[in-house]
Design a binder for this molecule. Structure first.
Ligand code: AMP
Length: 288
């Protein structure tokens, strides 16, 4: 595996790959890689001739007062993880390579309205415009590719897929299943910040989602009942604060009244300093 830090090096490597007839898989990340990220790289390696992963903590998607400066970083460890998972190129740009003149010099922003407004977008109003702007930029640098995103960030996946569709990027967006710790906690770079007692309590989010999915599978068709059942599970942990815990339409992300069809159960729960995001599919009969 090679590491490149500039857009021109990245283009050179990928141009050579394409001249040789190879297909490109792309995995955008913010680094501090764990087995969830590695699963995206491994899937890309299985389906594409060459795999690029970007490691860039994108300042545009952090609001003032969020954890941009303290976001965990480990580029050497990331290189080892990528290589072991089958990555070929790590794109590790400095901030001024992505945003010459600094982020405040960026006058262009890509925003997907509607889909970005609720849930994470309500809690973090500039977040998805920051994500879409950097992902659009990365897609331009990488070019035609299959791009792998985790279902862990279900709303992000929906927003990026819509941006690709609306703006005709030559990119196939591929969603990949959530990778979990043995106790059900969805893996996340920020989990390292959970204090031991918080880490022990954190699987409550997945337990709540599973309880909701089981109810839907058993035929509960009232979304309110499903929501209340999930909230009751999280309430077992007094330190956990629910931001949202909702049955939604899997594509539009609009809240649903009825759970008599496939839905997505989405969660954001604050535990200590960590905002835990997770989601599961649910359907009557249990086939989502
Ligand atoms: P991040 O570095 O957190 O921006 O995540 C980069 C990519 O990895 C995104 O597409 C995430 O959805 C995905 N990802 C993060 N955690 C997981 C996980 N536990 N399972 C699957 N994909 C994940």
């Amino acid at each position: 595996m090679i590491t490149v830090t500039t857009a021109s090096e990245l283009r050179d490597v990928l141009t050579a790959e394409r001249r040789a007839g190879g297909t490109v898989g792309f995995v955008p990340t913010m680094g501090y890689l764990h087995p969830g990220h590695a699963s995206l790289v491994a899937r890309a390696a299985a389906e594409c001739d060459s795999v690029v992963a970007s490691v860039f903590v994108n300042p545009l998607q952090f609001a003032a007062g969020e954890d941009l400066d303290t976001y965990p970083r480990d580029p050497e460890g990331d290189a080892r993880t990528l290589e072991a998972a089958g990555g070929d190129v790590m794109f590790l740009p400095h901030e001024d390579e992505m945003y010459p003149g600094g982020r405040s010099a960026m006058l262009t922003s890509v925003a997907v309205s509607g889909l970005s407004a609720r849930w994470e977008g309500a809690a973090r109003p500039e977040h998805f415009a920051g994500v879409c702007t950097v992902v659009a930029k990365l897609f331009h640098l990488v070019g035609e590719c299959r791009a792998y995103f985790g279902e862990k960030d279900w709303q992000q996946l929906a927003v990026v897929a819509r941006m690709v569709e609306d703006l005709s990027f030559p990119v196939d967006v591929v969603g990949c299943p959530v990778v979990r710790e043995p106790d059900g906690l969805a893996m996340s770079s920020r989990n390292v910040r959970l204090a031991p007692a918080e880490r022990a309590a954190a699987p409550v989010v997945h337990r709540a989602l599973r309880a909701g999915a089981d109810l839907v599978a058993d035929g509960e068709a009232d979304a309110g009942a499903v929501r209340r059942a999930m909230a009751a599970v999280v309430a077992e942990v007094p330190a956990a604060t629910v931001d949202y815990l909702e049955p939604v339409d899997p594509r539009t992300l609009e809240p649903v009244d009825r759970t008599d069809r496939p839905v997505r159960l989405i969660a954001a729960v604050q535990l200590g300093s960590v905002r835990l995001l997770d989601n599961v599919g649910a359907a009557p009969g249990g086939t989502a």
